[in-house]
Ligand binder design. Sequence first.
Ligand code: ADP
Ligand code: MG
Length: 358
Amino acid sequence: MRRFYRRYRQAFIVLLVLVCLGVLVYVGIKTKKDLNTHIISNTYAGQAMGTALKKTLFGENETDLESVSKDIDQCLQDFEKQVSVRVDDSEVAKCNRNYAVEGVYPLSEELLGYLRREMDIYLGSKGAFSPCIRPISELWGIEDGETTVPADEEIQKTLAQCDPVNIELRDNGIVFHAEHMAIDFGAAGKGIGGDKVKKLLQNSSLTGAVVSIGGTVVTYGDKGNGKEWHVGIQDPRGEDGAVLGVVDVTGGSIISTSGDYEKYFELDGKRYHHIFDPSTGYPADSGLMSVSIISEDGFLSDALSTACFVMGLEDGMAYAKEQGVEAIFVTTDKEVYVTDGIKKQFRIQNEEYELKKK
Ligand code: ADP
Ligand code: MG
């Protein structure tokens, strides 16, 4: 045997090298094929949760794309039916309408879980985020097209009534310690919807997707090219779809943006928008035009984008860092501040804006 081996050693080595090369070439071709070919994509536009819904889905065949698109629509519709204050028989609308002061109003474990997380953000943001800002939003009516400023007396009266210290979460429900209160998922609902969409995509046969629910963008997988997603950050003073910059993120990241440009009116040169400062009852005036938060957790990205917008650059940036998320702050002077973790991933595309170091 040994003699046989010695005799054919050279031939044996050449053969081995050839086999290895063959395997490498085969794996290379196969991987390339997996990366590039047979991945198709479709874009679907519609409405969900009172805002625009856009889905760009990547997968191996048309049928898969269609069916996942429908599943996403259904999932968001079901969630809206549960939490929207605009759906008369939603769990949230019924609670707001029917609760009795000091009684325990029963809520599902799911809703209580979201409310607990909202209360954590309320405490962490030192009140900048309020799970019961609803009466103030209704008084201003900006989302319904109202264009006048309510009387200050009304604002102060309403504000005193909707203080989150007047709600208490129990194991099986919620207790309100005051009348005229209301809970609302306006500031975190699209993020929770984003979490649900991400889960659905993870359990699907798709290879990649970008789904935007208003200002919340869910990314998943990749385009079939193994690369990151480039997500545009809306220019707060530009047309819808005009971007001030782009951030590269890996699939699974959820990006939510809160800004003073979504729903607003102008009066005497002043902009009145739909994100309120719970300490004043007036639209937040913190020197910011928008805040984008990037996280794997959609709830956190949406809730923190609202909280940090109200808190302003200094406090908001500190809170975002404390929560371990990445953030993009845009000031009214068109200065842009980003967290260290995305310095290399973010670039300005509109030169009216300036990236600042902090
Ligand atoms: P959008 O709804 O435009 O995506 P946000 O996520 O910032 O923007 O949520 C804004 C909504 O949140 C408002 O329409 C209102 O219902 C609610 N909201 C406004 N101010 C606050 C606040 N300080 N804390 C919690 N929710 C708020
Ligand atoms: Mg939000």
